[in-house]
Each structure stands twice: as structure tokens, then as C-alpha cells.
Design a protein around this ligand. Structure first.
Ligand code: COI
Length: 337
């Protein structure tokens, strides 16, 4: 095993030794198997390379306080992947097969789960059209691969917070497009807006809706939340916003543990300027405070410009459950022993 600097993990690829590969040929999935992490062979005419027929998921394995290994709601990711398979005309995976394959691979890669408190093992399942096609049609062969990497915070500085630019030149997803599933192309489209924002010193962009550029959609790699007057608002799902698993968990925790009123609704971008707290959520981003949003060159500081108190409480509660420090009130943890 390669030496890993557990104290300085970022969100980088540090591949765990083994990966899982399954193939779908002649209309059926094989049972797959664990192999050494490495390259794969594809024809240049593979549908994923030409037409982007592919999906990914993002999950984590956590080292808990009592030194066990746990995952969080893996069946939710299996369901979301299958929603995406239907949208992109790809063969679905049996949910238990998906979860058991991941568990088997985590067991195999257990030395790559960071020590308690140092980070997590990021799990990246991908499913794509590997078969050849020249015309625009679904592939006739598919691959399902899982690889893993120990990671630290997605945004440098972790909970210390981020500064966002409201993106007025580009949209993330169209109304009836693929924004609601984890299609690989959604993320390719976000590279340029993000690069431009970073050139101007921002951590990420905040996207507005494609119909009238008025309502907040997502941070691109994370869902968006706003707190004001005891209400926790997040953009309502409607096809262009990714149904994040952390998004769901935060809505449940906020109501149960902190008596916040959860609301999925349309949020005008100018509501942000008077919000008490803003944050974004994701498996990678966990809960990351948003300290400022800049619109058309004008910066707006949120609250006192520091991570909000309720954001902190939600973060502590979520991380506490993931790391086995706090009661798992909703039975979200699945242990891998
Ligand atoms: C995740 O939060 O795991 C995601 O899939 C977002 C990714 C773009 C880093």
C-alpha cells in the first residue's frame, strides 16, 4: 500500500488498490469482480466517448469513533443511479447488487479508509455505454465500475466557508434536460463557468434557473440552502436540480433536531442578500457555509461573514451521526464489518 499523508488529505485522486468492474452484454449484467485499479480499454466509437451516455454517483465510507467502517444510506444512491439509467436509456442495476458490490470493495480497500477524524473514503460508482455506435443511439454494451479514494474536504478549508459568484452568463441545466440526474455531461458543462469564477477569486458559482435567470438552482457540485426566520429553504426539485442525498438528510435533521421549518420552493436570487445563513450540501461538500455571494460585481456578505450558528449545528449533527458520535436517529448508517 502506498504511503498516504492522512493529515493533509484534499479532494484528490489517491486511488485505493482495488476497483470493481461489471459488464452488461447481450442484455444482462454479469456478476462482476474485484480487480487491481488500473486502465480500461474502450473503442474510440464507445457511446460514452462520443455521446456522453454515462452517470456517476458520489458516496463515502466513514471510520467511526469506535473504529468501525460505515456507509450512509447506500440504497438511496442505488435508486438515484437507476433513475438516471432510465433517463439515459441505460440498463438498471439491481439495488442490492449495487450496495453489496460497494461493500465488498470497501472491505477489500479497508486500509484506505482514513483514521477516525482524518477524512473519509470517497466512493465513485460510474455506469456508461461502452459499446460501439456511430449514430446517436443507446449503446448495446455497458460497464459499471467502482473506484475509491481517501479524501479530505471538497472545498479547501472545509467548514471555514466559501465565496460564490452568482452566474449570470451560463446555466447549469435546462428545464426538461438532465439536471435532475447525475449525467456526466452536466459536470462537463460546469467546468468553464467555474474556471471563470475561480479566475476572479471565487470558490464556485451559484447557478440560476434556465427559464428566467431569477431563481437559485444549485452550486453545481452541491445543493443550496437558505435560513431566515426559522425557515430552512432549498430550491424545490423540478427536474433541473439534483436530488442530493445530503439535501434530503439535512431537511429531515433540520426539522427533527432544530425545529426549523423545511421548505422546497422557488428562491429568488435577491432573497440571498438578506438571508441569515446560507450553505451548500453534498456528499463531497458535506455542509459548507457560504460567506458571501457576488451578483454582477457587487458582493453581499451573509450574516457577519462567518459560518452561521445553525449551519454549524446541522454540520455537527450530520457529521456526528456519520462518525458514530451521535445517535443514528433515522437509521442511516450501514456498517461494513
Ligand atoms: C458528491 O458530492 O459526491 C458529488 O458527486 C459532487 C461531485 C461533483 C464532487
Amino acid at each position: 500500500m502506498k504511503q498516504i499523508d492522512w493529515d493533509n488529505l484534499g479532494f484528490d485522486i489517491n486511488p485505493a488498490e482495488k476497483m470493481f468492474v461489471a459488464r452488461h452484454t447481450k442484455g444482462v449484467w454479469d456478476s462482476g469482480g474485484i480487480v487491481d485499479y488500473g486502465t480500461i480499454q474502450l473503442f474510440p466509437s464507445a457511446v460514452i466517448l462520443n455521446y456522453g451516455q454515462g452517470l456517476f454517483e458520489g458516496m463515502k465510507a466513514y471510520r467511526t469513533k469506535d473504529n468501525r467502517i460505515a456507509m450512509f444510506q447506500p440504497h438511496a444512491n442505488a435508486r438515484r443511479l437507476n433513475d438516471g439509467c432510465r433517463r439515459l436509456c441505460m440498463p438498471e442495476l439491481d439495488e442490492d447488487f449495487f450496495v453489496e458490490s460497494i461493500k465488498a470493495l470497501v472491505r477489500e480497500n479497508r486500509d484506505y479508509v482514513p483514521p477516525y477524524g482524518k477524512g473519509d473514503l470517497y466512493i465513485r460508482p460510474i455506469l456508461f455505454g461502452s459499446g460501439q455506435m456511430l449514430g446517436v443511439s443507446p449503446a448495446t454494451e455497458y460497464m459499471f465500475i467502482i473506484f475509491m479514494s481517501p479524501v479530505g474536504p471538497y472545498f479547501k478549508g472545509g467548514f471555514s466557508g466559501i465565496h460564490l459568484q452568482i452566474c449570470t452568463d451560463y446555466h447549469r441545466a435546462s428545464l426538461l434536460g438532465t439536471g435532475g440526474v447525475k449525467a456526466v455531461g452536466n459536470y462537463a458543462a460546469s467546468l468553464m463557468p467555474k474556471a471563470l469564477a475561480r479566475d476572479e477569486g471565487f470558490d464556485e458559482v451559484l447557478y440560476l434557473d434556465a427559464r428566467c435567470s431569477t431563481y437559485v438552482e444549485e452550486v453545481g457540485s452541491a445543493n443550496f440552502f437558505l435560513i431566515k426566520n426559522g425557515i430552512l429553504s432549498t430550491p424545490r426539485l423540478g427536474g433541473s436540480i439534483l436530488p442530493g442525498t445530503t439535501r434530503e438528510e439535512v431537511l429531515m435533521l433540520a426539522e427533527h433536531s432544530f425545529k426549523l421549518i423545511p421548505q422546497g420552493r422557488d428562491i429568488r436570487y435577491d432573497e440571498l442578500f438578506t438571508a441569515e445563513e446560507l450553505f451548500c450540501t453534498g456528499t463531497a461538500a458535506v455542509i459548507t457555509p457560504i460567506l458571501s455571494v457576488t451578483h454582477e460585481g457587487k458582493p453581499h456578505t451573509i450574516g457577519n461573514g462567518k459560518p452561521g450558528a445553525l449551519t454549524r449545528k446541522l454540520y455537527d449533527e450530520l457529521k456526528g451521526i456519520q462518525l458514530g458520535e451521535r445517535p443514528d436517529i433515522f437509521n442511516w448508517l450501514t456498517y461494513i464489518d
